[in-house]
Write a protein that binds this ligand. Structure first.
Ligand code: ZN
Length: 530
């Protein structure tokens, strides 16, 4: 049986390796050029790759191998588990999959090409964020927020169709809906995730209520209105997913004259995780037609790792670059002797955790001091406010992640319900931001993740929990240097315990091997709530 498994793997690898690379390259090119031609190529390549997993004869073989119970070698067992789930996800009529990919590509184009129209001018997402962050005029803020929300009606009907399509696919292979399928096939139990979210809701609610009062009284003063007049556009961000700047530290000013790309290269090199090869292949700055977000991609699991960004000299992009390169080093320093299937993160949220662990440094005064961005006097001056700001950021984000997780779960359980209302009910409950009077728009559809990165968002919050767990472990056991700057022990630890093993262990086993404990919320609570 083990020999049969080995034969299966070698035949699988000969098919998947070239198509995996081709599909990632095509997607990379399309995200940069934004042209119809490149998107068509990307669509075809994704389809060809996904088609591998629809092979029913191959799935039957995996099913037999799994049922035999005779695969004992740990590398083979792990590959069997991962491949079984991958093929199970593909046991659907290829025409349905093709349709799904086409729907996703069409929606993706609409997001990429959308620019908010405000007073006759086309504004990019970055420009909308600029207004929301800096203007103090309610009318301007409302116009920017509403202008951006006009992407909602452009894509909402398409998204509902796509959600139903995804559910059809999930039911055909024995799941209740796509949400349940996504979690289970990625090795997560929905009940376990919901339990963690409930626990976190309880841990953060009282603190958040208190902080929200502070936020509201700050904004009422800033805009010269009553707290009861505050609306979603008053929170300095399209979704209130990031902390409003209620504390006096303006991190952007420290980065105005900095080059975030140089800083990120210097930092990672200093901790023994050089990223020059990644940066050399990356696409870092804004261009017309280009995807306005940021991501990191492992093109071939053999060292071609890239990140797409739209870097500006500010704290947001410093954080984003540190984050994306965190994903980058996780892939880059994976053990290349592992089989192809295991040259990947233990789970998507474990790579998010590494990305978050590093992203947080962008507003850490100790890190900024050690990186030569500010001096000791300034670092001391902003220490207290920075700590409060990060705490606020974490609590605000945790409430927003609740909205995303609960909305998606409910949407897939019943896509026919009033989603506009569901969205605002969830926002009001977890973020405590009131719906504008009489508003009945598909505001949920303006968040690109709901359409294109489905049932994934909860992983960002699990990633924050694990980032806190790692930070606590590393600063207790590996280094006394709270900023990691210049300490190669950090890079060595991460390489050995986290990056090299790839996905050879089940994620909670990897975490236990690396930190001595399974995933727990207690270090996040210790860091940000108590
Ligand atoms: Zn990420």
């Amino acid at each position: 049986m083990e020999n049969r498994m080995k034969e299966f793997i070698s035949s699988y690898e000969s098919k998947v390796i070239p198509l995996y690379r081709e599909s990632n390259l095509a997607s990379w090119n399309a995200n940069i050029s934004g042209t119809t031609q490149d998107w068509a190529k990307s669509e075809k390549a994704s389809f060809d790759l996904a088609k591998i997993y629809t092979d029913s004869i191959a799935f039957k073989e995996l099913n037999e191998l799994k049922k035999s119970g005779l695969i004992k070698d740990s590398l083979l067992t792990r590959q069997l588990d991962l491949l079984y789930n991958a093929y199970l996800g593909g046991q659907v009529d290829p025409a349905l999959i093709a349709e799904q990919i086409k729907m996703e590509t069409d929606i993706s184009k609409k997001y990429s090409n959308f620019r908010a129209k405000i007073n006759g001018k086309d504004l990019s997402d970055n420009q909308v964020e600029d207004i929301l962050k800096n203007s103090t005029v309610s009318k301007e803020l409302q116009a920017a927020w509403e202008g951006h929300k006009m992407i909602g009606p452009v894509v909402s009907e398409d998204i509902i169709k796509l959600v139903k399509q995804r559910n059809t696919i999930a039911r055909k292979i024995g799941f209740n809906n796509y949400h349940e399928m996504s979690l289970k096939l990625s090795g997560q139990d929905p009940a376990e995730v919901t339990a963690i979210f409930d626990e976190l809701d309880n841990l953060t609610r009282d603190n958040f209520i208190q902080l929200k009062r502070e936020i509201d009284s700050y904004f009422a003063k800033r805009y010269k209105i009553k707290t009861s007049e505050l609306r979603p556009w008053h929170y300095q961000n399209r979704y209130f997913q990031e902390a409003p700047q209620i504390y006096s530290v303006d991190f952007d000013k420290y980065y105005e004259k900095q080059d975030p790309v140089k800083l990120v290269a210097k930092f990672y090199d200093g901790i023994g995780l050089n990223v020059d090869a990644i940066l050399a292949r990356s696409d870092l700055y804004e261009k017309p037609g280009k995807n306005q977000h940021a991501f990191s991609t492992d093109i071939d699991r053999s060292g071609d790792i890239r990140t797409l960004d739209n870097v500006r000299p500010d704290s947001y992009w410093m954080n984003t670059l540190l984050h994306e390169l965190g994903h980058g080093v996780y892939s880059f320093y994976c053990d290349k002797n592992l089989p192809f299937t295991l040259r990947d993160a233990a789970h998507t949220f474990t790579t998010e955790a590494i990305a978050n662990l590093f992203g947080r440094f962008a507003t850490n005064p100790q890190w900024m001091l050690n990186m030569g961005i500010i001096d000791a006097k300034e670092s001391e001056k902003i220490a207290d406010e920075s700590r409060k700001a990060l705490r606020l950021q974490m609590l605000v984000f945790s409430r927003w992640a609740q909205v995303m997780y609960r909305f998606e779960k409910s949407m897939y359980e019943n896509p026919g319900q009033d989603l506009n209302q569901l969205w605002w009910n969830t926002v009001e409950k977890y973020q405590m931001v009131p719906k504008p009077e009489g508003r009945n728009m598909p505001d949920w559809a303006t968040k690109i993740h709901i359409a294109l990165y489905p049932c994934y968002y909860h992983n960002y919050l699990l990633g924050e929990l694990l980032a806190s767990q790692w930070y606590s472990y590393i600063t207790t056991n590996i280094t006394k240097n709270q900023s990691f700057v210049g300490d190669t022990a950090v890079g060595n630890y991460l390489k050995e315990k986290v990056f090299m093993p790839g996905s050879r262990y089940y994620w909670n086993d990897m975490i236990e091997k690396a930190t001595g404990e399974k995933l727990t919320a207690k270090y996040y609570a210790k860091q940000f709530v108590q």
